[in-house]
Design a protein around this ligand. Sequence first.
Ligand code: AMP
Ligand code: MN
Ligand code: MN
Ligand code: MN
Length: 286
Amino acid sequence: MPATLTHELNHDLHSHSTASDGTLSPAELVRRAHAQGVDVLALTDHDSTAGVAEASEAAATLGLRLVPGVEVSVTWNGVTIHILGLNVDPEHLGLQQGLAQLRVRRDERGKEIARRLAKAGIEGALEGAQAYASGAIISRTHFARFLVEQGHAKDMRKVFKKFLVNNRPGYVPGDWASLDEALGWIHAAGGLAVIAHPARYRLSATRLRQFIGEFKEYGGQGIEVVSGSHSAGDVQGMAQYARRFELLASCGSDYHGPEQPWVELGQLTPLPENCTPVWQQWETAA
Ligand code: AMP
Ligand code: MN
Ligand code: MN
Ligand code: MN
């Protein structure tokens, strides 16, 4: 058979640029994805679509398909959960108003993180973190880079553990969108809602099933089965949930930049058999 008939498109539907806490500009990210063999890339920055226009332009010149996306921060029963919106209209006013609210909360949280770090003897953290942020959003990742730069920990993993997670001096709990709000914004903007890296949350199996059930009830459509942060066992477990809850299956690296060489664009394991890929939705619609 000719190769063109058997070639499955390489999908990577979760990635970050400098518009959030990634380290490559949207255009650099797209060029790297193309070089790594990605055919369809979703740019899913945290609580912002500021990088989508630049990424789309770069993708058009390379013949790569860019899926406009966003990773929305949600608080569900006190736990932070990330919901991807894929194929959203970045111009949609309701979506943009919702994301703008989250960015205001990010700014407020950033100030509070800096106040708490100052109490712990670390001055200038807000300015230090902002120096690593493009201005679209401020993230714990930016604080982490500043803290590593200042020698307070050796690497990103250690700095999170020492300062930026629950019960640590620079931890401020997020107060993000409700599940209902997040799904409302994504759907109003014509997007498809997908639970990001479901195996990574601080939830027991029972609570995770409860969450997935609510997500499905509110009209959520997909779950990330293959993720840069999932083990082979996680993939199998999440594929079972996809089938059980009749959710579409997605795959994404959650790429943040070359500083994390253990995650690369477009190098994901295939979706398990008898999962329905999320892209069937837009391929059949096209
Ligand atoms: P935020 O949304 O501002 O609370 O920041 C969350 C981001 O921090 C995630 O999207 C990851 O990119 C990053 N992150 C969270 N935990 C860790 C960790 N243990 N090591 C490195 N990066 C982390
Ligand atoms: Mn991130
Ligand atoms: Mn995430
Ligand atoms: Mn992500």
